[in-house]
Write a protein that binds this ligand. Structure first.
Ligand code: NAD
Ligand code: DAU
Length: 371
């Protein structure tokens, strides 16, 4: 018998990819609780329309009565908690919602889960898991020679977003140790792939390049991120749910460290190749260095050996194959991009990029910065 799960934030980027993979693999029913903030989009789940295995509920993770009601009604065998405010730049401009959703919201989820778990017996109780989906940003920043983040790396969050996620991780840990809630935490590196909102580096650069707009590289573009294709994150969460040990943390990452400038360069080359008729070729000429992000973390890198060794997980996509797939997806889904980038998105672009001054001109400076 297949047991249902409650997913929060399943209309967002990673959550919707996870839900689509889960239902596609026939792993059991999903109740999907999502507030549909600017980052949540039911279009991501359009292919699930009419699927009796998918129940979508529009609601806030901070609504205790709602969450308790869903748990009692659907009796899931696990909660997979994605819902969060997730964009670092937005957390710098307005941290309040990050504290409310990421900290208070997680607190509410834990309280509801605890009450539900306390009422479970036998196999249902044995099976139940609370999987908290977190980020590598809780560990802070690395120098070029530091070893990658491992599960024992001390927490040192630097942005309001990272601090709110770190706080939520600590709450999860406390609910495990104090109340015995069977929790597991995953800390993952930068994801990319289909359905990512174009406020994040990769989809933003694709959308801007195709529209002939500036490609805003923060600072010197030498910051390093460790990229993971979103489908590989979804598969990691599946193995953690199936076989992860209660109380453990698992780091998830693809072993793909790249500077932002390398990412943008590769994206531009892919677009030159895949859109040969583009009037903006070569797309790299649109690169514009702009004022850096305050408190910008220099480097993230994940050591995923625990997950790989203990749970036999490995990423299926290399950065090259994953990025090509991603660019192709955005090219084939121009309508999705146009729908999500209308309206309020434009206000965000003005707010975040309007005051950033160009720090060193465009294309020629782009080449200089790359050296
Ligand atoms: P996202 O911003 O694309 O999606 C977040 C989803 O949560 C949206 O659908 C939104 O509507 C929903 N949501 C927000 N506030 C809510 C609330 N109060 N109640 C209910 N739903 C709410 O985020 P994402 O990039 O898919 O990230 C998902 C999770 O994974 C987050 O917890 C994030 O911290 C974590 N994570 C993300 C990455 C990454 O690279 N994107 C990497 C590691 C970890
Ligand atoms: O590491 C995991 C984290 O990765 C997740 O927890 C976050 O939810 C997710 O948003 C992501 O955070 P980053 O800040 O690393 O991602 P972002 O796509 O915003 O930026 C990636 C890098 O690109 C970062 O060094 C900032 C830079 N950047 C970003 C934007 C939007 C630019 O240079 N220009 C831009 O316009």
């Amino acid at each position: 018998m297949k047991h249902g799960i409650l997913v929060t934030g399943g209309a967002g980027f990673i959550g919707s990819n996870f839900v689509l993979d889960w239902l596609g693999a026939g792993l059991g029913p999903v109740v999907n609780l999502d507030a549909l903030t600017y980052a949540g989009n039911l279009e991501n789940l359009a292919s699930m329309e009419g699927n009796p295995g998918h129940t979508f509920v529009r609601g806030d993770i901070g609504d205790l009565a709602l969450v308790q009601g869903l748990l009692e009604k659907h009796r899931p065998s696990a909660i997979v908690h994605f819902a969060a405010e997730s964009h670092v730049d937005r957390s710098i401009v307005g941290p309040e919602t990050f504290l409310r959703t990421n900290i208070d919201g997680t607190f509410t989820m834990l309280q509801a889960a605890r009450k539900y778990y306390d009422g479970l017996e036998g196999a249902e109780r044995e099976r139940f898991r609370f999987l908290h989906v977190s980020t590598d940003e809780v560990y802070g920043t690395l120098s070029p020679t530091d070893p990658a983040f491992h599960e024992e790396t001390p927490y040192a969050p630097n942005s309001p977003y990272a601090a709110s996620k770190a706080a939520s991780d600590h709450l999860v840990r406390a609910w495990l140790h104090t109340y015995g809630l069977p929790t597991i935490i995953t800390n993952c590196s930068n994801n990319y792939g289909p359905y990512q909102f174009p406020e994040k580096l990769i989809p933003l650069m694709i959308a801007n390049a195709l529209a002939g707009k500036a490609l805003p590289v923060y600072g010197d573009g030498q910051q390093v991120r460790d990229w993971l294709y979103v489908g590989d994150h979804a598969s990691a969460l599946r193995v953690v749910l199936a076989n992860g040990r209660v109380g453990e943390t698992y780091n998830v990452g693809g072993g793909n460290q790249r500077t932002n400038l390398e990412v943008v360069t590769t994206l531009c080359a892919l677009l030159d190749e895949l859109v040969p008729e583009s009037k903006f070729k070569p797309h790299f000429q649109q690169v514009k260095y702009v004022t850096d992000r305050p408190g910008h973390d220099r480097r993230y890198a994940i050591d995923a050996r625990k997950l790989e060794g203990e749970l036999k997980w490995s990423a299926q996509e290399s950065f090259e194959t994953g990025l090509r797939k991603t660019v192709q997806w955005y090219l084939s889904n121009a309508e999705w991009v146009s729908n999500v980038t209308s309206g309020a998105y434009q206000q965000w672009v003005t707010k975040n990029y309007g005051d950033r001054t160009a720090v060193a001109g465009t294309a020629a400076a782009g080449t200089e910065g790359a050296r």
